[in-house]
Design a protein around this ligand. Structure first.
Ligand SMILES: [Zn+2]
Length: 415
């Protein structure tokens, strides 16, 4: 972690500022703290492999003891959560290798780690809607200068779309250390991960951010009232322009969905916001905007009869009127090459190549089948154009396939 992060980090329990405890084991590299112990007024917490761990769950206290004992490698094992020696060694081998990929690391973390669909994440419908909302609201609220936070951001797929919106790196907050470790290395390089518990107060100063988001996770948070109060606090800078809060893709208590969680009704969600005015959008209309190629229309107001029937909702809460506008869709500028979407099978056909949409499983088709609205069943492209993939740019013949998500810009060393 960069030592400038001390300006915005606060203890989740006493609210105090942190210092590196110089008398205890630590390793630093210039302004970067690699391993060490942070102290506040009430407690001490470890920094493990550059990631501050600001909660007191058993893996965190084990890691803290191991850092104090001068064993940072074992502290990393404790936080990554590998049970057997063989698994730990497999993870460490991929971690040491400069050529290992996101996929290699996920494989080393075992079959239970990611659910297997990460390969398709960048073209799934939920992701595309969330990315469009995130880009539109964050770009407006950050004004090119202020800082963003992605809470429960997991392995950083949406954090990636914040990287180019501000010179200050976005903070990625999550309880799952291994996911953030992957995010910093592959998906959202340059982000600042902070390991913390979404069911506890957030370990950040009031007004540290101009934009706070939580995507695809809020229905799994138990302490929803506290969580929303904390998001509002994080963007409440008394000296700056008003900030914005986004809760993207949260389920609706009024409808059934797979992986339901503990959702609220649209009115129930609205009632959580005591200090910021919320607007709730059904995901269907936002998805239609994205399929149409934009603009994303955040001026719309949907009635409760319509919202009650929506399986997934997006909430935008802010005093900024300019957020509720029609926003042109734009791609994030994060680094990465163009690849064929792995949902396509390739059949050579003379000087052409036939690409055919193929889902990895029936479950995938059930949950993400709406992608058929932009992913064509079959496309034929010239072999010469196809053979530029993977590459840093696409020829004009493939530009439409980028728009349709048949060709994706993926993080470096992703798959
Ligand atoms: Zn404290």
């Amino acid at each position: 972690m960069k030592s400038e992060l001390f300006d915005i980090l606060r203890c989740p329990y006493c609210g105090g500022v942190f210092d590196l405890v110089e008398s205890l084991f630590h390793r630093t590299d210039g302004d970067d703290i690699q391993d060490g112990i942070l102290g506040c007024q009430c407690c001490i917490f470890p920094v493990v492999d550059g990631i501050p761990v600001l909660h007191l769950q058993p893996n965190a206290t084990t890691a803290r003891d191991l850092v104090q004992a001068g064993k940072p490698d074992l502290a990393l094992r404790a936080m990554v959560g590998l049970e057997s020696e063989a698994d730990a060694e497999a993870f460490e081998a991929t971690a040491r290798s400069a050529t290992s990929t996101y996929r290699d690391t996920v494989d080393a973390l075992g079959p239970n780690f990611e659910g297997g669909y990460f390969l398709y994440r960048f073209s799934d419908p939920t992701y595309l809607v969330a990315q469009a909302v995130v880009r539109s609201v964050a770009k407006t609220a950050l004004e090119g200068t202020r800082r963003a936070i992605d809470i429960c951001g997991g392995s950083g797929h949406l954090t990636r779309s914040l990287l180019d919106l501000s010179p200050q790196p976005p903070v990625l907050a999550d309880l799952f250390f291994a996911k953030m470790w992957l995010a910093r290395r592959f998906t959202a390089p340059g982000c600042e991960p902070v390991c913390c518990d979404g069911n506890a107060p957030m370990p950040f100063a009031r007004g540290a951010f101009a934009y706070a988001m939580c995507a695809d996770a809020f229905m799994y948070i138990w302490t929803k009232r506290q969580f929303v109060g904390e998001m509002a606090r994080l963007v409440d800078d008394p000296h700056g322009a008003p900030g914005a809060v986004v809760i993207a893709h949260t389920h609706n208590e009024r409808t059934w969905s797979p992986s339901h969680g503990q959702p609220l009704s649209p009115d129930g969600y609205a009632a959580l916001f005591e200090t910021l005015p919320p607007r709730i959008f059904g995901e269907s209309a936002l998805f239609a905007d994205v399929v149409a190629g934009g603009p994303l229309d955040l001026t719309r107001r949907e009635g409760s009869d319509l919202l009650d029937r929506e399986p997934a909702l997006t909430i935008v809460a802010t005093e900024r009127g300019d957020v509720f506008a029609r926003h042109a869709l734009e791609e994030p500028a994060a680094e990465g090459d163009y690849h064929l979407n792995p949902l396509y099978a390739v059949e050579p056909d003379g000087d052409r190549v036939r690409l055919r949409l193929q889902f990895p499983s029936d479950d995938y088709a059930d949950e993400y089948g709406a992608c058929r609205q932009y992913l064509p069943e079959e496309v034929v492209v010239h072999r010469a154009a196809f053979e530029t993939l993977p590459g840093p740019a696409v020829p004009p013949a493939l530009e439409d396939l980028v728009r349709r998500r048949v060709v994706l810009r993926l993080p470096n060393r992703y798959a």
